[in-house]
Ligand binder design. Structure first.
Ligand code: ZN
Length: 170
């Protein structure tokens, strides 16, 4: 059975016990930008942050893309989030390619050249790239100066979170 079919079957059963208060307005306190890597799916649990308290924004490589800014505008200016945590991680797939080698990889896989995104956001140093993502957001004119933005790298081997930016070096 495909996992989609599995999800549909389980939903029919579980919706009968659903808590209707979930339809109330959300009130997140923090926005967390991290990688889509499934090894991070329990991150909130490990950091003991309640799911209701966090807007979690994920993409491959923890990149502060235009779409991440779009989501943060809602978190900050509609829902009142005042803390942003950027969490890169060790062993990310974004270290496997360069922009050019990934386009070649896609060409090999698909047999054609196609219009590509401007950037896939590959990197070689997770500490450096995480610092850059923090600085990009801290300098964004639509993000108020009182919004705290801090960057971290999660080590998948040790389970430790290491801060890569100073607390107040905005
Ligand atoms: Zn990753």
């Amino acid at each position: 059975m495909s996992l989609i079919d599995h999800a549909i079957a389980v939903n029919h059963k579980n919706a009968k016990h659903h808590d209707p208060s979930l339809a109330n307005k959300p009130a997140p306190k923090i926005a967390i930008l991290t990688c889509m890597d499934p090894r991070l799916n329990q991150l909130l649990e490990w950091l003991e942050i309640k799911p209701a308290d966090a807007d979690v924004i994920r993409n491959v490589g923890t990149a502060t893309t235009e779409d991440v800014v779009r989501s943060l505008m809602f978190s900050i200016h509609v829902l009142g989030v005042r803390e942003v945590m950027i969490i890169g991680h060790t062993g990310c797939g974004m270290e496997l390619f360069s922009e050019e080698s990934f386009e070649k990889h896609l060409h090999t896989q698909c047999g054609v050249w196609a219009v590509a995104p401007d950037r896939f956001h590959f990197y070689t140093d997770v500490n450096l790239t995480t610092q850059k993502q923090v600085l990009k957001l801290r300098s964004h004119p639509w993000i108020p100066a009182d919004v705290v933005i801090r960057g971290f790298v999660f080590d998948l081997s040790t389970g430790e979170l290491k801060e890569v930016t100073a607390k107040d070096d905005r």
